[in-house]
Ligand binder design. Sequence first.
Ligand code: ADP
Ligand code: MG
Length: 238
Amino acid sequence: MTFLQLDNIKKTFGELSVIKGVNISASKGEFVVFVGPSGCGKSTLLRMIAGLEDVSSGTLSIDGKEVTYEEPAKREVSMVFQSYALYPHMSVFENMAFGLRMAKLPEDEIKRRVGEAARILQIEPLLERKPRALSGGQRQRVAIGRSIVRNPKIFLFDEPLSNLDAELRSQMRVEIAKLHRNLGATMVYVTHDQVEAMTLADRIVVLRAGLVEQIGSPTELYDHPANTFVAGFIGSPK
Ligand code: ADP
Ligand code: MG
């Protein structure tokens, strides 16, 4: 069953056509990765799913409901950004609780959700710290924690590991895979890193200049790239 559906989605900024008619679907619990070169429209697509950017045409559905013009808060999706954007004056706990306070959840429910997310991400000992006292990897966990506590229908990740050094990146890659297994949540993950795409994805969407070049499992794309562009990106050497 389709959980997320993009039907003929287009996006223009003034004269500039950035997304030129894209069809993508994801089933519940699926880990879908968008890959493609810088400027091909990955972030724009993600932002349209989140409702942070209006679509120019086409329709968008989540969990069987059309949300093309739905405000972001009502879509029940949550985005993890490349720059973690934690509030520097707030503790880790308060950073993770912030969105829940805005949504006026009761305090005991906030404590329960933050505690649970901290346990999953193994950051329980850090809850009283300020972001400046955290390493890059710990900050990234807090940023992911802010999404988990909201219990979203879909997790969106926009190159979440690209600011980390190589070692931490591979460590966090394993953590994200584990998180996906544990939560069983639908995830859409943007990266330009082939290794991340190949190891995390159930299905990869290869984008080029606002269009889908090919969609398939890592093995399908690796073994049967549709063209030299896909092959160059993730395919086997020909
Ligand atoms: P990616 O994430 O794949 O690197 P983006 O989605 O950020 O690509 O950008 C795709 C294209 O859209 C780029 O050419 C970018 O310059 C353009 N673009 C993105 N946002 C805007 C905007 N708000 N106004 C004008 N052009 C934009
Ligand atoms: Mg981007």
